[in-house]
Design a protein around this ligand. Structure first.
Ligand SMILES: [Fe+2]
Ligand SMILES: [Fe+2]
Length: 224
């Protein structure tokens, strides 16, 4: 029984004498000329190597630049100190973005869009650090009730972002929505900074505290 490979039409031509021979393409390489391929799609070996080299260099540069940016972004947060101070610094940065949003009017649609993107990225990174490190650590320390309440509020943060994205930056109630959003985040941050985090931190050993700080910075680095 013939295999699929055997059934494939031969790409070779049959001569009058019944023997097969490779069809001459008239390529320079077959005429004993330069071995350089001259297909319209061929860049030649030298050019290909240069192109691959340039692409790799570009990718390496982009990778290094992105790492540099992440180091800078998270390095600035990490300089704040322990995990709770890092998170409090991020709360302040978020509040400053809200204030800039509230200082706009309905003609500044581009600025509003840019600020909303900035706010979304800052809140996303912050929520990741808390939801992946701090809230699980709280649950481990029998503080699940507070951890669940705080994580539930993060859901409403996302709902506000969704609503602002849906309504358009020139909507007449845009500022009112931002004001409501800011009030929710302010209350949430206040509960973390003034109640939950200090109580939790007091119960941590120096080693546990250092571990949480390092994990928050690691997560923040990847999200920066
Ligand atoms: Fe939070
Ligand atoms: Fe927070």
């Amino acid at each position: 029984m013939a295999t699929r490979t055997q059934n494939r039409p031969s790409s070779r031509s049959t001569t009058k004498r019944g023997t097969t021979s490779k069809r001459s393409t008239g390529r320079p390489s077959e005429r004993g000329e330069s071995s350089r391929e001259d297909s319209a799609f061929s860049w030649g070996k030298a050019n290909s190597s240069a192109l691959v080299g340039a692409a790799l260099a570009g990718a390496a540069f982009g990778f290094a630049a992105n790492f540099g940016r992440k180091f800078l972004m998270q390095g600035m947060s990490a300089m704040a100190g322990d995990w709770d101070e890092v998170l409090a610094t991020e709360h302040d940065a978020v509040m400053a973005i809200f204030d800039r949003m509230l200082a706009t009017d309905e003609t500044q649609t581009f600025k509003r869009s840019m600020l909303l993107m900035k706010l979304t990225a800052a809140l996303d990174k912050h929520a990741h650090e808390e939801e992946m490190v701090v809230y699980p650590a709280l649950r481990e320390a029998n503080e699940a009730h507070d951890a669940d309440a705080l994580e539930g509020e993060h859901g409403y943060v996302k709902t506000f972002i969704y609503e602002l994205n849906q309504m358009g930056t020139d909507a007449p109630n845009w500022l009112e929505k931002v004001r409501e959003f800011k009030a929710l985040v302010k209350k949430h941050a206040h509960m973390e900074e003034e109640e939950v985090f200090p109580r939790f931190k007091k119960a941590l050993s120096e080693e546990q505290n250092a571990k949480i700080t390092s994990l928050v910075n690691r997560d923040g680095f990847w999200m920066a």
